[in-house]
Design a protein around this ligand. Sequence first.
Ligand code: ADP
Ligand code: MG
Length: 489
Amino acid sequence: MNNLIDGKTGKWEIIIGLEIHAQILSNSKLFSNSSTKFGLKPNTQVSLVDAAMPGMLPVINEFCIKQAVKTGLGLKAKINKYSVFDRKNYFYADLPQGYQISQYKNPIVGSGEIQIDLPEGKSKSIGITRLHLEQDAGKSLHDQHPEKTYVDLNRSGIALMEIVSEPDLRSSDEVALYIQKIRSIMRYLGTCDGNMQEGSLRADINVSVRKPNEHLGTRCEIKNLNSIKFIKQAIEFESRRQIKIIEEGGQIEQNTMLFDSNTGTTRPMRNKEEAHDYRYFPDPDLQPIIINEEFIKNLSESMPELPDQKKQRYINEYSLSTYDASLITSDFDTAVFFEKVLKVSSHSMKNPKLVCNWIISELYGYLKKNDINIHKSPITPDNLSKMIGLIIEGKISGKIAKNIFEEMFYSKKDPTDIIKEKKLEQISDEGSLKNIINQVLEKNTEKVLQYKSGKDRLLGFFVGEVMKLTDGKANPSIVNKLLKEKINK
Ligand code: ADP
Ligand code: MG
């Protein structure tokens, strides 16, 4: 991928580093036993701890620690046996404590790395700086009343993992791949559902620009984005904005920016002078987290197969291309579906590539159009496998399979029933095909002569006529063979 972009004074390189906030999948919050369920009535999942009533003490949820360590292992990162919760002090209406409990100098997870798969089949390693635990804030609701802002504390205290990357990303496409990969790893691990629409995965994007091989430039940080589309737009806009300033002789101020999704533009929220001084200090209500070798060992032994390992296995076992293997493994449910299709029939086992294609091109298309998740697919692995078996046996053509596929999707019927009902079975019987070919040739004696005198292209015309007479059911390769035999006699 050539990531350099043109400015008036030559080529520029975009440098990007991400801070991803991922909500931990856990039934209860980081320091209280309130539920973490999304979408419930405002302020119904708020304990006295979450509302920061005087005298309330946080109690650490061990499950959340395990989730963070598992994620750290998934990011091939160093697990820190000693980590500390700090208070990050700032005032905001949706932060009842007046501080956020976070980790600062001693995060639970140190440096690691992940691989992203670039389109041309190469992969690139992206450094992870750290992963720390913190609690989420509540939510300010600005759209409920013309003059007032309401506060919903249901989210207050939910466990977050902040995953900070090195400034290793070079384009908005790489950033999209990076987020998808982190999300994929966390979904495989069951540590975060990665649902960006519901805000379980959000990111702050740090962007700077430089001439190739120069020192890193001053960065701006675009806050709190929760859609890959907006993240890409924000990076495109912000990098152009910075290039323009520098090319006009100006300097980049280290600002915190807001992205406006209506206009696709970024604008400053605060500059370095206005930056918060969080006055971090260790939270006196919480002990440092100390974990031992055995704790880490137990978790690493319980790790499932992760996307990269699964991808490699599919390449080795099923001879999929790197590209197909990475597509089909990037979503856990899709990989499960794929393996089920292969398991139910020996036919599909013979052609994993065909199975992969039907899932990626057709099934994905229909699921997306109808907004259905693959684990609720109306086409079951069983039925897809049967249909692919019929193609491999030569009972239906690829073209007719597409019609059957659509019918299977909307009626949930078995493909063999659809074929019977609609009489769609492919005609491969040479006797009946010969009859039809004779009819076609007799009707077009003129063209037959033209063909014989060298107009080879007419063969396609004859095949087309046979197809018309059979409603597309004739087996094209047999028709081709028989036609040539007959006409070249
Ligand atoms: P802060 O708390 O100031 O936001 P963090 O260390 O939490 O600092 O995050 C800094 C983020 O900015 C990291 O993701 C890092 O990769 C990224 N970053 C650092 N320097 C640059 C730069 N020059 N250009 C782009 N991103 C950068
Ligand atoms: Mg930051």
